[in-house]
Design a protein around this ligand. Sequence first.
Ligand SMILES: NC(=O)c1ccc[n+]([C@@H]2O[C@H](COP(=O)([O-])OP(=O)(O)OC[C@H]3O[C@@H](n4cnc5c(N)ncnc54)[C@H](O)[C@@H]3O)[C@@H](O)[C@H]2O)c1
Length: 172
Amino acid sequence: MAADITDEQQFAAALDTADEIGPLRALVHCAGAGAGAGAGTGAGARIRLVEKDGQPGAVEPFEKVIALNLIGSSNALRLGAARMAKHDAVDDERGAIVLTASVAAFEGQIGQIAYTASKSAIVGMTLCSARDLASKAIRVCTIAPGIMDTPLLGRLREDVRKPRPTRSAAPP
Ligand SMILES: NC(=O)c1ccc[n+]([C@@H]2O[C@H](COP(=O)([O-])OP(=O)(O)OC[C@H]3O[C@@H](n4cnc5c(N)ncnc54)[C@H](O)[C@@H]3O)[C@@H](O)[C@H]2O)c1
């Protein structure tokens, strides 16, 4: 069942459908978009702090990435956990939620200010959420993938897709 993760009613309806099949015990949240892609700025567009003409960069693309990646993750956490919490524990556990961050949370590149902000926020809220939901016997963890050849990557500009040295790999 398709649903927009930023739309509480749509996502709640999808979770209700899942819960009819069986008690919701696992939620893997991987919906997301990168540096401008999916944010109404054109596929692969960079988000600029200062435009080429010297004007401040627009705030709307930043808000859209935050709404999808960060608020979406919050929706996955709170709506998913509320359903899991209603079910009986099995082996002292009610369920697990997996969020998706990115290597960009730690190594953001040029033009990725919104993406990096959203992904590092997801990293930041992981331990907090896990502690919050521990009393309900629900686990929370986050994966932070490196660059992988998916449609998301295909929408980015060629120069953004090229591997770059990380801090640890950079020459001294
Ligand atoms: N591909 C990479 O190199 C890479 C690296 C690190 C992290 N990630 C993260 O992995 C996750 C998956 O990315 P991917 O590379 O498979 O990208 P993708 O574009 O192939 O998949 C993203 C999915 O999110 C869905 N989506 C987008 N907006 C949505 C919304 N509002 N509601 C519900 N679903 C929505 C899309 O339909 C799509 O199926 C993302 O969170 C991305 O940030 C990807």
